[in-house]
Design a protein around this ligand. Structure first.
Ligand code: PMP
Length: 281
């Protein structure tokens, strides 16, 4: 029931959002989703670095320094007693009568809340299904902004077609999923789209690439096509809430033998050890 509004811990029922908030009328804002394991924030530095990059890319001035935002988030976790869950943090360009140019003198609005969320253990062991869709987004997908309508529409189409998620491609080149990054495995080599302007630079993606390196699993940050995907031995998504998620079916056809593969399992296990290390810290 507690959340952060501006820089204070307040009761959720006391928060009033203005109809003039630019996040509300323009989607003019940015956000982060942090993973919490055993009451501790996972990879906080990487999330705050990305928040700063997104703020720069959208010319939004962060209202507080990231160290003090992190301290507030930790207070919130304590107050709410969240052990395994997520924190949603959002900053909008503030309140002003509706007009496109940046308003003079408007203060950014920061809000954050946390919630308990179990790890998706069952889906991680079984795997999920996906459909492929045209990536119709703009050319700054590296910025984590509130404009998620393409993501919402893609996820909804996946659900309506009986699948769990959507894999996007631009003219046949696979980019990412609607709320995660995607990696394929062929002949023991992991491939994933390079971290440029066409994908979100996932924190989980970076962790998994680091783990792959440590395990001496060869990785190529090179885009792959839908045809290559069709011949993949393994496929998995990476994301803050889905961790390392096997994708065992695409467009109604099995990936490899239709089971989570050995490289995916190995990376899942290594990710598990990262979480265990965080718990011990
Ligand atoms: N791509 C998109 C489009 C996303 O929304 C997300 C966030 N869920 C990701 C990738 C994965 O990023 P992260 O590992 O930082 O959660």
């Amino acid at each position: 029931k507690w959340m952060i509004w501006h820089h204070e811990l307040v009761l959720r029922s006391d928060v009033r959002v203005s109809p003039d908030d630019r996040g509300y009328v323009f989607g003019d804002g940015i956000y982060e989703v942090f993973r919490v394991y055993d009451g501790r924030i996972f990879e906080p530095e990487a999330h705050f670095e990305r928040l700063i990059r997104t703020a720069e890319g959208t010319k939004l001035t962060l209202p507080y320094d990231t160290a003090s935002i992190q301290r507030r988030l930790e207070e919130l976790l304590d107050r709410e007693g969240v052990r395994d869950g997520t924190i949603y943090l959002q900053i909008t360009r503030g309140e002003a009568p509706r007009a496109h140019p940046f308003p003079a003198g408007a203060e950014p609005n920061l809000m954050a809340y946390c919630k308990e969320l179990a790890r998706p253990s069952e889906a991680m062991s079984r795997g999920i299904s996906a459909v492929t869709l045209d990536d119709i987004r703009w050319l700054r997908c590296d910025l984590k902004t509130l404009n998620l309508l393409p993501n919402v529409l893609a996820k909804q189409e996946a659900v309506e077609r009986g699948a769990d998620d959507a894999i996007w491609h631009r003219s046949g080149t696979v980019t990412e999923c609607s709320a995660s990054n995607v990696m394929m495995v062929k002949d023991g080599i992991v491939r994933t789209h390079p971290a440029n302007h066409l994908i979100l630079h996932g924190i989980t993606r970076a962790v998994v690439l680091r783990l792959a390196k440590r395990l001496e699993v060869p990785v190529r940050e090179e885009a792959f096509t839908l045809e290559e995907l069709a011949s993949a031995d393994e496929l998995f998504g990476t994301g803050t809430t889905i961790e390392v998620m096997p994708i065992v079916g695409v467009d109604g056809r099995p990936v490899g033998n239709g089971q989570p593969g050995p490289v995916t399992r190995k990376l899942q296990q290594a990710f598990e050890e990262e979480i265990a290390a965080l718990r011990r810290r």
